[in-house]
Design a protein around this ligand. Structure first.
Ligand SMILES: [Zn+2]
Ligand SMILES: [Zn+2]
Length: 317
């Protein structure tokens, strides 16, 4: 079970190596924390939860999908579903960003929030019954700076009742996009351009859950479809969160092997995130970054089978 203490920089009971080639990896959360503090513009992502709007859960996918971005003193939480109700004081976010108003993304705020909550006008309107003290309206397509990171929201097709956005987040350490619920890629081509890591919708592996309503695609694109979007946008790394029932039930090793094969067909390194997993992007300087790309370090949480992380992420793209 994922203990709440895992949300801070605590030590794992066993060290986990990541890069199969160079082995130059962080071996504990403590070490990652130290690396983050000594690197000027690192960004540390924690997959707080990785479960979609489903009835079942597991040790690996216990809570609704939510991502914590740590950058300097900022702790920005992306999405706050029902499973996070009453837990915000542990996470201590300095800002919350919501992709849309579905309960698995926003119902954790039903008792309010200890910080500003950023969302589109439609989302804030749908949540007006929640006692959110400091709501901030975001405008899709317009970049903003929150806690030192540049964030741009882009509209994605997912629901007519609860319109959704994806968040593109960039620092000098790298750029990622977060779209946990998506039936189609963002229409604005700027959203996926130059993205280093795609963090997408794990509702289904190959079976499409997209349907048409009033001529608009709604629901969830399969991982297979999203890998096609990544390939078309030249994105080489993808992590899937917001897991559906089949992914939650599947044995980790089998799941990651199937995903690896699927990713190889599209030249994308792909994996399914578990609760507590962490991804660190470090600033390598502009010249090195241009020459060798970003240098991501992915660390599996203690709840996960460490061997399933061995295939990914290479430190040397
Ligand atoms: Zn959802
Ligand atoms: Zn949704």
């Amino acid at each position: 079970m994922l203990a709440d203490t895992n949300l801070g920089p605590t030590k794992l009971d066993r060290p986990i190596g990541i890069c199969p080639r160079c082995r130059a990896v962080a071996r504990s959360y403590d070490q990652i924390g130290k690396m983050e503090r000594t690197t000027t513009d690192a960004i540390l992502l924690t997959f707080l939860g990785t479960r979609g709007e489903i009835d079942i859960s597991s040790a690996r996918h216990r809570r609704h999908s939510a991502l914590l971005i740590e950058h300097g003193r900022s702790r920005i939480m992306l999405d706050c579903g029902a499973d996070w109700r009453g837990r915000l004081s542990t996470i201590a976010p300095t800002a919350v960003l919501l992709t849309h108003a579905h309960p698995d993304h926003a119902a954790g705020l039903s008792e309010g929030a200890p910080c500003p909550v950023h969302a589109t006008e439609e989302t804030l309107k749908l949540l007006r019954r929640f006692p959110i003290g400091d709501p901030r309206r975001i405008r899709p397509g317009r970049p903003m700076t929150i806690g030192g990171v540049r964030v741009t929201a882009y509209r994605v097709r997912h629901s007519i009742r609860a319109p959704a956005v994806a968040y593109r987040v960039s620092t000098t350490a790298g750029c990622f996009i977060y779209l946990p619920d998506a039936a189609a890629p963002p229409e604005d081509r700027r959203a996926l351009a130059g993205v280093d890591v795609y963090i997408g919708d794990g509702a289904t592996m190959t079976r499409s859950m997209v349907r048409k309503k009033r001529g608009t695609a709604i629901g969830h694109a399969s991982i297979e479809m999203q890998l096609e979007w990544c390939e078309a946008a030249c994105i080489r790394r993808a992590i899937f969160t917001h897991c559906g029932s089949a992914l939650v039930r599947a044995p980790a090793r089998q799941l990651n092997a199937a995903l690896r094969r699927l990713g190889e067909e599209h030249e994308v390194e792909a994996l399914v995130a578990c609760d507590g997993d962490r991804l660190m992007l470090r600033d390598r300087g502009r010249r090195r970054r241009r020459r060798r790309g970003i240098n991501p370090i992915y660390t599996r949480s203690a709840t996960c089978d460490a061997s399933s992380a061995q295939s990914w992420l290479r430190c040397h793209p």
